[in-house]
Design a protein around this ligand. Structure first.
Ligand code: FMN
Ligand code: SF4
Ligand code: SF4
Length: 268
């Protein structure tokens, strides 16, 4: 059974989740009819879609071993009437802990039948030249694994007669989940004189947390995603001495050993 509609739905401030989902979709070789990028706050403000007879690839990064709150809150509003789901979390080479289980629980509550899931690795949001953490990932190997995972899902779909008879895929994680991360608010970005007022950081920010009127300063609703830092063409947004800089140093030292993607398929 191959669903008529395939959708990619993701929250991906620094685009690693987006890259992985696109590669899985290539391996799946279905017609991708819809891309729903919920990174943009204006998009999240709209009513969530309802899915029927669809296949939906849902992706989000791992924040503190959980889903980012903005992504989780949006996912909880989706209704799916037995549509199939592929669930993907992308983490920065530390751990993904309870994020994939949290995503699965939300998907099942919304009416999805999750038949496959995965945890991939992406360059850590806090990574930079001074403190590299999973630098340049996903790389060629990761993308090959994502493509292959897509092919495996396509094979699985060949054997699905009725989604209602599928058991949701088993994924690692603990319930109750790890306590949600609480950080800040505190200031962690300096804007240097290289800023040329291009406004790219404003477009990249998933929280409308940059004040154009005040030298592109960061506001208190910032979620530390670092999208603005990575998007700035002038490299004018710099992580200053702060708990984030300390964390980046610690992560680059403690999690230097490469981790590999993990994939999970339901048994049919
Ligand atoms: C606030 C915050 C918390 C994070 N927590 C974790 C974590 O618990 N484990 C981990 O391995 N990576 C963690 N990361 C790194 C991201 O999961 C990783 O960089 C991911 O690739 C970002 O996805 P994106 O490119 O789609 O935004 C965190 C990043 C941020 C910004
Ligand atoms: S993206 Fe960089 S250069 Fe452009 S306005 Fe923002 S801080 Fe300034
Ligand atoms: S201001 Fe904060 S929330 Fe906005 S892009 Fe930068 S780090 Fe992310």
């Amino acid at each position: 059974m191959h669903p008529e509609n395939t959708t990619l739905l993701y929250f991906s401030p620094t685009s690693t989740t987006k890259t992985i989902l696109n590669e899985i979709a290539k391996g799946l070789d279905q017609n991708v009819l819809t891309v729903l990028d919920i990174t943009n706050p204006d998009f999240r403000a709209q009513a969530a879609p309802e899915f029927k007879d669809s296949l939906v690839l849902i992706g989000a990064p791992v924040y503190g071993g959980r889903l980012p709150k903005d992504a989780a809150d949006y996912f909880k509003t989706i209704r799916a009437s037995g549509s199939l789901a592929v669930l993907v979390v992308v983490y920065g080479n530390r751990e993904f802990e309870d994020a994939l289980l949290e995503l699965k629980d939300i998907a099942v509550d919304g009416g999805f039948v999750p038949l496959a899931a995965a945890a991939f690795i992406g360059e850590h949001s806090f990574s930079n030249d001074e403190f590299p953490i999973a630098l340049n990932r996903p790389d060629k190997d990761d993308l090959e694994k994502a493509f292959l995972f897509g092919k495996q899902i396509a094979n699985l779909l060949d054997h699905v007669k009725n989604p209602a008879n599928i058991s949701p895929v088993n994924v690692p994680g603990n319930s109750p989940y790890k306590k949600s991360m609480s950080m800040g608010p505190f200031s962690f970005i300096t804007v240097t004189n290289d800023c040329d007022n291009c406004g790219v950081c404003i477009t990249a920010c998933p929280k409308n947390a940059i004040d154009e009127a005040d030298t592109y300063a960061t506001l208190d609703n910032c979620i530390f995603c670092c999208a603005c830092i990575k998007a700035c063409p002038q490299h004018a947004r710099v992580i200053k001495t702060s708990p984030i800089k300390d964390k980046a140093k610690w992560l680059s030292e403690e999690y230097a050993l490469r981790k590999e993607p993990q994939t999970f398929l339901t048994a049919i």
